[in-house]
Write a protein that binds this ligand. Structure first.
Ligand code: SF4
Length: 729
């Protein structure tokens, strides 16, 4: 008998009496897994499973996807529009007509009194792409504020900015299939197994067929770092120094791909001049990686036949976020690793449709990667929508992280938040709270009425969740996939798309611009707008039917395309979206400009995601099967540091920075070094009470992952009470 296996009962999935499985795409992270939701004979969602025929996940799901059907019935859903006055007196229920009339009249009042841009809109990465396009029409074409942005500024803005600076356009050049071809992979600030488990599974699949070195750059010994061949525990915020030093070794040892550099790039002389100063000895003193390891990694990467880099928030959420992305692109350009199987830069996006908002929402410009700064783009969209081109501003307005300071100074008086929760997600909670309290009118549009930010709103608009509406998402590898309507919206909640088009009717330009009645019609409109010689974001060959048949199609996918899946890679011909079609190699001088530990605040504070939660727990905090793994705000701390401070495992401590304080439970682990702690960012009234969040100058993304704190033992009974109160919110 082999370890009693003979007597073991196999795992049995409880029979939930599923009568029908409905296809859709996961609404959590940007991996883009195809799922099927099982409905019982009463039409209740009782199960979720992965679609085995889908390219992305091939039947697999992570823990969030497995329990996604539980979302439909989760606590805290909003079912009626709610209104209240400026004094935050009790809510009163309202009809949709009254709620939208009031919202439109308040927007107009504020704009007439203080100017068009005094009303701001902050959107999300959670909506369907057709909804983003419709919101863009409303915000840019009808309301006309220039202070319109997405919460993607908190997660992907640095990737967007870096792609634009290097390649002349946004758009991740690589795909998951690159794992099957690469000979070396560096992961920068990405804990793939926890953040994007199914992408990690794709990587493991590739590694099971053949081995290649996996190098993880992360200050913490993450799960990914534990599985890596080489772990580089970098000093927070110094990625650019390491990148410059790797470039120094590659260029000084003649390991670059000179033919590729000469044919497809510009700027090598400036980069060569700058990286001379970043020899491994000098760099090691700043970035904390020893000189031999720097040389070793540079040689492995440059000598590999193909090499690729992936990254997540460890790069993006930094005061050097955009530079860090350009640094990755520099490395790949000098080694000829762009646009070929296994040789690429691939940002791993956060939210399920962060790509869709980048492509079509008009947040940072106009739809289809068009620019407000470009007259031809303004004219094209104004003609297409049937409005005067002078209605558009001629340059981009404020990013989300600049909108809140503009509320503080009184420049912005009204705000509409769509599926975003800044009370938990933005740095410096105390400042955010004060700013929200200052607003004359705050609209919160969300599927959940108990979302923390709703404490400060005057209007709450209940929205459907992902599986209660139909449209598309784009995943990290540019794959457009279909979200099918599995259920009717909860109560009187409505699809965000419906809310936008109904609100548009209350503005003069809403009479001129056509707002389609179905997301299918909107998608056709987007395909028309995407056509154009040399456009990478071309979806003109797609339709909802074709996407459903293929279970996802990558763009570009041009009209008349003979394939059925789209192009897996960008820039395969070495032509980029710059004026002379050459990629930009950009020198990146490093300036230390962030908070670092000192005598008063001796610990680095790092933050990030854990697998069982998603963003501000608006959804996962409600599902027992997910929340039970970490219901309490906690902090990973090194046992040696804890011993010095007299802090015990699973005791509560107070953490304090120059901005504020919070109480967390201690989890002792060697994953973090003696002078560093790690705290999941998901919890309300926790990490962002102390975070600093200085901004990247290019992307305006906050440096969530870098600030200094001190740790104090506290009375355990008091802390326990505080924690119970918090969880009861
Ligand atoms: Fe959903 Fe992401 Fe998990 Fe896939 S990996 S099931 S897309 S949360």
């Amino acid at each position: 008998m082999l370890f009693g296996r003979k007597d073991k009962k196999p795992i049995k999935i409880v029979d939930k009496a599923v009568k029908e499985w409905k296809y859709t795409t996961c609404g959590y992270c940007s991996t883009g897994c195809s799922i099927e939701v099982g409905l019982d004979e009463d039409g209740k969602a009782v199960g979720t499973r992965g679609d085995s025929g889908a390219d992305v996940n091939r039947g697999k799901l992570c823990i969030k996807g497995i329990f996604e059907h539980e979302l439909f019935d989760s606590a805290g859903r909003g079912d009626k529009p709610l209104m209240r006055d400026k004094a935050y007196n009790d809510w009163s229920e309202a009809s949709w007509d009254d709620a939208l009339d009031k919202t439109a009249s308040e927007i107009k009042r504020i704009q007439e009194a203080y100017g068009k841009d005094s009303f701001a809109i902050v959107s999300t990465g959670q909506l369907l792409t057709e909804e983003f396009y419709t919101l863009g029409k409303l915000a840019r074409g009808c309301i006309g504020t220039n202070n319109y942005d997405g919460n993607t500024t908190l997660c992907m803005a640095s990737a967007v900015s870096g792609y634009k600076r290097s390649f002349g356009s946004d758009g991740p050049p690589g795909c998951y299939d690159d794992f099957e071809h690469t000979e070396c992979l560096i992961a920068w600030g990405s804990n793939l197994p926890e953040q994007h488990p199914i992408i990690y599974w794709r990587l493991k699949e590739a590694l099971e067929k053949r081995t290649f070195p996996v190098i993880v750059v992360d200050p913490r010994v993450t799960m990914f770092a534990q599985f890596a061949d080489i772990h580089l525990p970098i000093t927070p915020g110094t990625d650019v120094v390491l990148q410059n030093s790797l470039m120094h070794v590659i260029l000084s040892e003649g390991l670059e791909d000179r033919d590729y550099i000469d044919a497809h790039t510009q700027g090598i002389e400036e980069v060569e001049a700058l990286v001379k100063d970043y020899d491994p000895v000098t760099a090691s003193k700043i970035c904390g990686i020893d000189e031999d390891t720097i040389r070793n990694v540079a040689r492995i990467y440059a000598k590999a036949g193909t090499a690729m880099s992936i990254w997540t928030m460890g790069i993006n959420q930094s005061t050097h976020g955009s530079d860090g992305v350009v640094g990755i692109n520099n490395l790949n350009l000098v080694t000829g690793n762009i646009g070929k199987p296994g040789g690429t830069s691939l940002s791993i996006t956060g939210q399920c449709n962060a790509m869709g908002t980048r492509e079509w929402s008009s947040c940072s410009g106009l739809p289809g990667y068009r620019y407000l700064e470009n007259e031809q783009d303004r004219e094209e969209i104004a003609d297409f929508w049937g409005i005067d081109k002078d209605f558009f501003p001629t340059k981009r307005g404020l990013a989300e992280t600049d909108i809140f300071p503009a509320i503080e100074t009184g420049e912005i008086k009204g705000l509409w938040l769509v599926a975003t929760n800044p009370m938990t997600s933005m740095p410096q909670t105390a400042r955010v709270r004060k700013a929200l309290e200052k607003l004359e009118f705050l609209v919160v549009q969300d599927s959940y009425k108990d979302v923390e930010t709703n404490q400060y709103s005057h209007m709450y608009l209940p929205a459907a969740v992902w599986g209660e509406k139909e449209g598309v998402f784009t995943n990290t590898e540019r794959r457009v996939n279909l979200v099918r309507k599995v259920m009717e919206p909860h109560g009187d909640s409505q699809a965000d798309f419906w809310i936008f088009k109904e609100l548009a009717k209350r503005f003069p330009n809403g009479q001129k611009i056509k707002f389609s009645e179905t997301t299918d019609e909107i998608f056709k409109e987007m395909t028309e707008l995407s056509k154009g010689e040399g456009r990478t974001l071309d979806i003109s060959g797609m339709s909802h039917e074709k996407i459903a048949a293929s279970k996802g199609i990558q763009w570009p996918f041009r009209e008349g395309s003979e394939q059925d899946k789209g192009d897996p890679r960008l820039y395969t011909d070495g032509k980029f979206q710059t004026k002379n079609q050459k990629a930009n190699l950009i020198p990146l001088p490093y300036i230390e400009n962030n908070e670092t530990p000192c005598n008063d605040y001796p610990f680095w504070m790092n933050s990030g995601r854990v697998v069982e939660h998603f963003h501000t727990r608006t959804k996962t905090g409600k599902l027992g099967n997910l929340n039970k793994f970490s219901p309490t705000p906690y902090m990973e701390m090194n046992p040696d540091a804890a011993r010095e401070l007299g802090v015990a495992h699973q005791s509560y401590v107070r953490i304090a920075s120059r901005r504020g304080d919070a109480v967390v439970m201690v989890q002792l682990t060697q994953r973090v070094s003696r002078n560093m702690v790690f705290i999941p960012f998901h919890f309300y009234d926790c990490v962002n009470r102390v975070s600093l969040g200085l901004l990247d100058p290019h992307s305006r993304q906050p440096a969530f992952k870098q600030c200094a704190i001190r740790i104090e033992p506290i009375d355990q009974e008091m802390a326990g009470h505080l924690n119970v109160e918090r969880r009861g919110f």
